[in-house]
Design a protein around this ligand. Structure first.
Ligand code: IMP
Length: 497
């Protein structure tokens, strides 16, 4: 039966209203990852019905908490799982079946045996041990190492572009799976042979290399596939479109960040996915016009793991890593850590140098990568980069996490512009493409901080005047309103403006 004009009118009006009220929102990272996107998604996720991961893979790491405080660690599964939301892994995700199953079972255990509702796109590129071997080969032999997370993200994205599978949907078609795995094996055979040759010659780097046959790889994948939740592999694009038509609210959760985006980040020191906001449309198949709210998340002090330029970096990265590895005990709560922090805070307030800042904030923020536990190198707030990030993401708003880290500090340096070839560019401008970021020098201003401990504050008006002024100055430089502010690790430690 034909729909009446009144119903058509009502449907169109509802669609317009939904788009206007931000029915589909995306959350992306502003710097080089680890900005606390998980906390932000977790904090605003309760307002949404479905949470979707659209990019990256098991290289991401988010720690979130269930409403009654149980800890959930997500790598592939969207953070909304902690709230019991329906979760979707979109086509843009580079999918490792073994990582997924481990995470799924771990989460189910934390949730007291409640199996999360998860859908995985049939078109996700599927990880095989061959991808990992290829990444290992590339990272071992190249001079300027990228410092990847070792999850074969680059190899998965590259072979996908070369039109080599397999895909998640192939798990239900054993012949096609074997064909695609064998195709990949044959493509890489010359490299595998050389790896084995190096191993035989006693090359230390290759001593652990084992190359499984395609039949072994397929058998393992098919065995694991039996543990997938029933009917979870679907065409997630049509599922999401149907849910949107039903009026459901969708939150698209990014992985990594603008600085690690394969096109707009600091190439080649990037991840392999589309981590800027437009990646949400590519990775889910949802039309761009539906995504009307774009929130980029930056932390008060940015961080970076792996290699690559970082203009406002506080201290030498290798020294920071060496310090972290030597003093790993300081990266977990305890009296020794408290004493260490009190001493360093005093030094900072007496004009301590960048090394003191790096050690203090690294330990204070427990800055270890969630996926690899690598020590993160820290930087000062970088306004030119945030401005660039807002532009490439098309951000409509911003979240600033970890503001509480600046409590008790007299003042902090903030990078307000870049100097390039002796010329200072106006605040907030990117002088060169992100490729050349290692050639710029950050120009700093000292901004006042505040005495009061602001951790756990959840109301804007409860922030000290200096903290509010700090936020407003960032907003003015970046040109985007800061609507969410993180004031601590807890779920309630979040200000919504
Ligand atoms: P890959 O994504 O494992 O290929 O690593 C490429 C670069 O991105 C390396 O410098 C990693 O440290 C970095 N990277 C990837 N994922 C994350 C993340 O979730 N947080 C921070 N850095 C990341």
């Amino acid at each position: 039966m034909k729909k009446s004009w009144a119903i058509r009118f009502w449907l169109i009006l509802r669609s317009i209203c939904n788009i206007w009220r931000g029915q589909v929102m995306v959350v992306v990272g502003a710097y080089w990852g680890d900005e606390g996107k998980g906390k932000v998604v977790d904090g605003i996720g309760r307002l949404y019905d479905i949470i979707v991961r659209f990019g990256g893979g098991a290289n991401a790491g988010h720690t979130v908490f269930t409403p009654d405080g149980r800890k959930v660690v997500c790598h592939l599964i969207p953070c909304g799982v902690a709230w019991g939301k329906t979760c979707v892994i979109g086509r843009g995700v580079l999918f490792s079946l073994s990582s997924f199953l481990k995470e799924y079972l771990d989460i189910a255990m934390v949730l007291g045996g409640v199996m999360p509702v998860i859908y995985i796109d049939t078109g996700c590129t599927l990880f095989t041990p061959y991808h990992r071997l290829f990444e290992f080969w590339g990272e071992t032999l190249r001079n300027g190492k990228i410092g990847t997370t070792g999850r074969a993200i680059g190899a998965l994205a590259a072979f996908d572009k070369l039109r080599y599978g397999p895909k998640v949907g192939d798990l239900f078609s054993p012949l096609r799976l074997e064909e695609r795995v064998t195709e990949l094996y044959c493509l890489l055979l010359p490299i595998f042979e050389e790896m084995l040759e190096r191993k035989e010659k006693g090359d230390e780097d290759f001593k652990d290399v084992v190359i499984p046959t395609p039949q072994e790889v397929v058998a393992q994948l098919l065995l694991e596939a039996q543990n997938l939740p029933k009917d979870c592999v679907i065409d997630t694009r049509s599922f999401l479109l149907k849910q949107i038509a039903l009026g459901k609210k969708i939150l698209l959760e990014g992985a990594q960040a603008a600085g690690l985006d394969s096109k707009w980040g600091t190439w080649p020191f990037v991840s392999a996915g589309d981590s800027v906001a437009v990646g949400a449309s590519l990775g889910t198949g949802l039309p761009m016009y539906l995504i009307t709210r774009i929130m980029m998340v930056g932390k008060a002090l940015p961080s970076r793991v792996g290699s690559g330029p970082f203009p406002s970096e506080m201290w030498d990265r290798d020294l920071m890593i060496a310090f972290g590895e030597e003093h790993m005990h300081l990266f977990s709560p305890g009296r020794r850590r408290d004493g260490f922090l009190a001493g360093l805070r005093e030094q900072i307030n007496m004009g301590g140098n960048n090394e003191v800042h790096a050690k203090y904030f690294g330990v204070l923020g427990l800055e270890l990568g969630a996926s690899t536990s690598r020590v993160r190198s820290l930087g000062f707030s970088d306004l030119p980069w945030l401005r660039y990030s807002a532009e490439v993401n098309g951000a409509t708003e911003m979240a600033l996490t970890r503001l509480d880290m600046l409590s008790g500090i007299g003042s902090i340096k903030v990078a307000v512009s870049y100097k390039y070839n002796g010329e200072i560019f106006p605040p907030g401008q990117m002088p060169v493409s992100a490729f050349d970021l290692d050639k710029v020098e950050a120009v700093y201003e000292d901004w006042p901080c505040w005495e009061e401990d602001i951790s756990g504050i959840s109301k804007w008006r409860d922030l000290p005047r200096e903290a509010r002024a700090f936020i407003k100055r960032i907003e003015a430089a970046v040109g985007v309103p800061i609507t969410v502010i993180g004031t601590g690790p807890g779920r309630e430690a979040l200000i919504r403006r």
